[in-house]
Ligand binder design. Structure first.
Ligand code: NI
Length: 187
């Protein structure tokens, strides 16, 4: 997920930045496969996804955004400069419980750069997942973390935040992204 206010950019050393796919792209529309075997290659992928996310800068990134259609996401919603980073790797994440109370947040996405829209989601969610070491975890998220984890889990199901917007606004944003991709292709 991209933030409206750009905060910090932290690139951990010895990691690789991966190219981020820009909408529209068929790989961003796929339902991703569960991770059956968490090996060193996937751990390395998760580390590189974190590096890519920090560098963007963003607060969340899902594997399909770097062209890997597996159920892996990374996030760190600590956005204040000087605060201790809280990098998280979530493998096969699943929303177990959602609050009735909702929260509205102006979302953005690293695959849809510089476009933002208000999205309403449950204010609190409980998520089950495997951590970077493959241990099962359960965690409650609220505030920006809740918004971000739901946004990223959507990616694993081929869903983008613009799918929550009206069709006119969605098409307008899609046209802008097509133009951006043409410009980038031209160099
Ligand atoms: Ni996104």
């Amino acid at each position: 997920m991209e933030l409206t206010e750009r905060g910090r950019s932290r690139t951990p050393q010895f990691m690789t930045n991966l190219p981020i796919l820009i909408h529209p792209d068929p790989r961003l529309k796929k339902v991703c496969d569960p991770v059956a075997d968490l090996d060193d290659d996937l751990r390395k992928l998760a580390d590189n996804m974190l590096a890519t996310m920090y560098d963007a800068p963003g607060i969340g990134l899902a594997a399909p955004q770097v062209g890997v259609t597996k159920r892996i996401l990374v996030m760190d919603c600590v956005k204040e400069e000087g605060e201790t980073p809280k990098p998280m790797v979530l493998i096969n994440p699943e929303v177990l419980q959602s609050s009735d109370e909702t929260n509205e947040y102006e979302e953005g996405c690293l695959s849809i750069p510089d476009q933002f829209g208000m999205v309403t989601r449950p204010a609190e969610v409980r998520v089950g997942y495997l951590d970077r070491d493959g241990n099962p975890q359960e965690r409650d998220f609220d505030g920006l973390w809740a918004t971000c984890v739901q946004h990223e889990i959507d990616h694993l199901n081929g869903k983008l935040f613009i799918d929550y917007l009206g069709s006119v606004r969605r098409q307008m944003i899609t046209q802008k992204m097509k133009k951006l991709k043409r410009e980038r292709a031209r160099g």
